[in-house]
Structures are given as structure tokens and as C-alpha cells.
Write a protein of this length. Structure first.
Length: 86
């Protein structure tokens, strides 16, 4: 949740809060449906939303110069390592 707070705060400062809320809802629905189809109804957590938001911000920062958010390399590495471990 701390990583979600960091990413969400950066997104909210750069964009409107409504854009962040919309992105969280869209990514949440998609990630939860994927998890439901993969493992059934017993699941929970915000990891799908976190990694969806992370992926969006990472790729936008990398390929869209007008996006205005560039994630620090240390945060990218930490989230990728944590993704592989978990």
C-alpha cells in the first residue's frame, strides 16, 4: 500500500484526481477479473492495481515525453524484484 500511495500521489500531482480514480477503477476491474479467471473466487489485495498503475506510469514516462512523470530507477528495480519474488 505504501508503493500505491507513492505512485498515486505522483499521478495525482501531475494529473487530476479523477484521472487517477478512473485508472484505478479500470485497472482494478481488469486485474481482478484476470485473477478470478486464473484462481477462482478466493483472492484479494491491491497488487493488480499497484502493478497496473506502475506499468502505466513506467511506460508513459519512458515513451511519452509529455507525460511528465519519470519513476526513479530504484523504485522500478524494487517493484520488479518484488514482483519476481512474490
Amino acid at each position: 500500500m505504501f508503493a500505491l500511495w507513492i505512485l498515486g500521489r505522483a499521478m495525482e500531482m501531475q494529473r487530476r484526481g479523477l484521472a487517477l480514480a478512473g485508472l484505478v477503477v479500470i485497472v482494478g476491474v481488469i486485474s481482478n477479473l484476470a485473477e478470478y479467471w486464473e484462481s477462482g473466487p478466493r483472492f484479494g489485495g491491491m497488487s493488480g492495481v499497484l502493478y497496473g498503475l506502475f506499468g502505466y506510469m513506467w511506460m508513459q514516462g519512458r515513451f511519452n515525453p509529455k507525460f511528465g512523470i519519470h519513476l526513479p530507477r530504484s523504485l522500478i528495480n524494487t517493484l520488479l524484484v518484488w514482483f519476481v519474488i512474490c
